[in-house]
Design a protein around this ligand. Sequence first.
Ligand SMILES: *Cc1c(COP(=O)(O)O)cnc(C)c1O
Length: 369
Amino acid sequence: MTTRVWDYRAEYHQEREDILDAVETVFESGRLILGESVRGFEREFAAYHGVECCVGVDNGTNAVKLALQALGVEAGDEVITVSNTAAPTVVAIDAIGAVPVFVDVREDTYLMDTDLVEAAVTPRTKALLPVHLYGQCVDMAPLREIAERHGLVVLEDCAQAHGARHHGRLAGTMGDAAAFSFYPTKVLGAYGDGGAVITRDEEVDRRLRRLRYYGMEDRYYVVETPGHNSRLDEVQAEILRRKLTRLDRYTAGRRAIADRYAEALGDTSLVLPRTADGNEHVHYVYVVRHPRRDDILAALRHHGIELNVSYPWPVHTMSGFAHLGYAEGSLPVTEALAREIFSLPMYPSLSPDVQDEVVSALRTVLAEL
Ligand SMILES: *Cc1c(COP(=O)(O)O)cnc(C)c1O
């Protein structure tokens, strides 16, 4: 048997009645696009974060894209971010003609090294785009200071950090706006695609509502600035409303699994994830590091265990971003991580049996290296 790195079906079987009831609720409602469920989810997701505004969109990539546009980022503007991220962060910047500028990540958390950001600011810089990768937050105080000094906007990429906290504050409440993905594997996942942007700025909220709806005000047929069709689907919104009430429970499940890994692997040669001071981690991905990563993954395959790497190719080395001009070696920590990290199965309904199977195979493989 091959161990699956992610499987939503155990969770579905537990929640089946509620999920099917959500679908039925929308189908019976008489309104399939931008109805009560999207409005309800927006209200409840904003309230969860203690902010006024939430706009549901079709996926996390477009959440980043529309948020950048709503914050005033235009073609040619530079956006400082990291290369150690899911490619969509960078695809979204590129999609509006803005220019991604990469800084390296820290050796301890694998997150944006905020000490490198100020040196990357140029007269063309418009935005900082920290990515709260793997489930914990980037250190936000230095970023806010730099943004203030240089008149920049801050967009948080929260696609992997629903419910994470940084010195008590929720991910997504520390910048000018925040982009979320509800891709099924995420900490809050839909049964298909979905995304959202939250903000405290009502003008940004208004722009987002137009941008997701062709560039029109709801129910008026006039386009002033052409937008997109990037609406959150009504069925996904209703499912997300139900699942939002269980978000903290999902996170507790992830933390218990992380604790079990730490307990079972703490005495091995693997470098386990470290939580930065002041952070409450939600463990979207459980990333471990070892210089002989490729040998370990190959040996695990013989035990029927196929694991993921998040991410094996740094964005700045991808052929699609060659035009950005980053040579190999330009982001040494990011590049070393791409060679040395891998991820252990992590989702709330992961069974202890499957987790034990992975741990025991991994311990065997490490002992035989
Ligand atoms: C998943 C993810 C996205 C993109 O979200 P989609 O819903 O798949 O478009 C963006 N940024 C990060 C960091 C992600 O993990």
